[in-house]
Design a protein around this ligand. Structure first.
Ligand SMILES: Cc1cc2nc3c(=O)[nH]c(=O)nc-3n(C[C@H](O)[C@H](O)[C@H](O)COP(=O)(O)OP(=O)(O)OC[C@H]3O[C@@H](n4cnc5c(N)ncnc54)[C@H](O)[C@@H]3O)c2cc1C
Length: 498
């Protein structure tokens, strides 16, 4: 599966602006919507302008409806489709992809909310609005069990930070402690309509400059019992299930940013001439780009496979989404750095024709940080290793993960070679890794860091297995040829970058 094939239809939809008498052959005018162009993205981030125009353009193309189940009036998009939208948007504007992607938080309500809450949230999302998710707290970061925001006697008190899209979200989904209850069953999720005085000032961020990050402060405000989403005490589980799904989409932002950087660098290397020939013909440059392209395709494969898991093998989603976050988060950083290296001094310039590269570089840095940082994901994966390394003939693979995505009913998808990474892992390599794992455990070191190396090695096996199934082989010459055709065929988009 190629990168282009995954993004496919959505890429076209973002480019097309409707019928035009000028193109009698197709009846369509293939022009980038100004609000969805790379140029607009660069201009917005220079002004730190919240992407109101981009959000509207996406809403008009049906992206909001994808998040709402068909039974509630939406189009119930598949997870691969949500990933395709994320990549298609992020390869123009990662800040816009982050901002529009917040609509996915509504999945928690559609999975576990009351009929009434589901109904009004569906109307809200269908109108183009988005809830924000208020889970993080400045003092507690990734340690969700330490959450100090509380709902006691029907009143919500606490501070959340940093939270995305607080500027226009009409409602926040807030993770809060139930009175003085402790432990994993002591937290619930609440849908709290937001008041203006609860929205804190915007943070100035180095990346995602046109997105909006801020704090929320709740001071003893009344919340009816009907505002609780799901079971009392079920908030942590709901949020962790939600992250399985959103992790895959977050990774899509990284892939899109890396794609933007790589296209920008490749076009630069085609056009710049040194020593009497295009830069791309220098072996060091061509090889760097080819390997980055291979890495991007491999990471896309792992992510696409994880997205499909939500439908085809939901019991594997927990594991597959962790692997995707680790592999593709890291690959996005590396591809973007390779692109910058190829461009040279101009990669540092904030203004001018290569500003898109500087934007992608800044934005991609934050991708491994949220919805479970890469370090958090690696730690979680290390804890799952004993089950993952068990024999593939294990009679109960669901105990490996046993989590279901927080979406109502997921449309069935036809089988694909990128399904079933677990069973595709090379048996001999799995046995060798299992032996090594037993040896490390036998040393009895508490929190042994070598377990993280073994989890990383597992990620490589998983990615290798998928690459084998999809017939993706590392071949510099072939990759460079394909990269050049890909970028050349992308003229309508790349052409308006500079
Ligand atoms: C662009 C952006 C958008 C965001 N949007 C939202 C949002 O909409 N809603 C929301 O609730 N939050 C949001 N966040 C917050 C994000 O999810 C937090 O970054 C997260 O909660 C972690 O907190 P922290 O960054 O303070 O890191 P900390 O938890 O303080 O961690 C510090 C370091 O320790 C490591 N670490 C922490 N725990 C572990 C562990 N168990 N194992 C291994 N390493 C560990 C981390 O990887 C990190 O390197 C956003 C963040 C960013 C950057």
């Amino acid at each position: 599966m190629s990168h282009g094939a995954l993004v496919g239809t959505w890429e076209q939809r973002l480019r097309t602006r409707g019928k035009s008498p000028r193109d009698a052959h197709s009846g369509m005018c293939v022009r980038v919507d100004p609000a969805l162009s790379v140029r607009a993205a660069v201009a917005r981030q220079a002004r730190r302008a919240f992407p109101v125009d981009g959000l509207q353009a996406l809403h008009e193309r049906g992206t909001s409806a994808l998040h709402v189940p068909v039974a509630l009036g939406g189009t119930g998009g598949s997870v691969p489709e949500l990933l395709a939208v994320t990549i298609a948007v992020a390869r123009r504007d990662p800040s816009l992809a982050l901002t529009v992607g917040m609509q996915v938080w509504s999945a928690a309500v559609f999975a576990a909310g009351s009929e009434e809450t589901r109904g009004w949230l569906a109307d809200l999302v269908l109108s183009g609005a988005s809830p924000c998710l208020a889970v993080s707290e400045a003092d507690h970061g990734a340690e969700l069990l330490a959450t100090s925001t509380v709902v006691a006697d029907g009143r919500l008190t606490g501070e959340k930070w940093p939270i995305g899209r607080t500027v226009d979200a009409p409602v926040a989904l807030v993770l809060a402690r139930d009175g003085d209850r402790r432990g994993p069953r002591g937290l619930s999720l609440w849908a709290a309509p937001l008041r203006d005085e609860e929205r804190g000032p915007r943070e100035r961020t180095t990346g995602f400059r046109s997105a909006w990050l801020a704090g929320l402060t709740f001071r003893d405000r009344a919340l009816p019992d009907t505002a609780r989403v799901g079971e009392p005490g079920g908030g942590l589980e709901l949020v962790l299930r939600l992250f399985q799904l959103t992790r895959v989409l977050v990774v899509g932002i990284g892939l899109g940013a890396a794609d933007l950087a790589l296209r920008t660098a490749t076009r630069f290397a085609e056009e710049r001439r040194l020593y009497g020939a295009p830069l791309i013909e220098l072996p060091a440059v061509g090889r760097r780009l080819a390997r980055a392209f291979h890495q991007l395709r491999r990471a896309t494969l792992v992510t696409a496979s994880a997205a499909r898991c939500a439908h085809t093998r939901p019991e594997e989603l927990g594991h597959a989404s962790l692997v995707a976050k680790i592999v593709a988060g890291e690959a996005s950083l590396r591809v973007t750095e390779a692109a910058a290296e190829v461009v040279g001094a101009r990669a540092l310039m904030e203004d001018g024709p290569l500003a898109a590269l500087a934007m992608a570089r800044r934005d991609v840095l934050a991708v491994p940080v949220f919805d479970g940082s890469s370090a958090v994901c690696l730690t979680s994966l290390a804890a799952r290793m004993p089950a993952l390394l068990a024999s593939p003939a294990d009679p109960d693979p669901t105990r490996i993960v046993g989590d279901l995505p927080p979406r109502e009913r997921l449309p069935a998808l036809a089988a694909s070679p990128v399904d079933g990474a677990l069973e595709a892992v090379d048996d001999d390599a799995r046995v060798r890794l299992a032996e090594r794992h037993r040896e490390v455990l036998a040393d009895g070191v508490r929190r042994d860091p070598r377990l993280l190396d073994l989890a990383a090695a597992w990620c490589a096996l998983h990615a290798d297995a998928l690459a084998r199934r999809a017939g993706l082989v590392e071949d510099d010459e072939a990759a460079l040829h394909e990269l050049r055709s890909w970028v050349a065929g992308d003229l309508p988009l790349a052409g308006e970058t500079w």
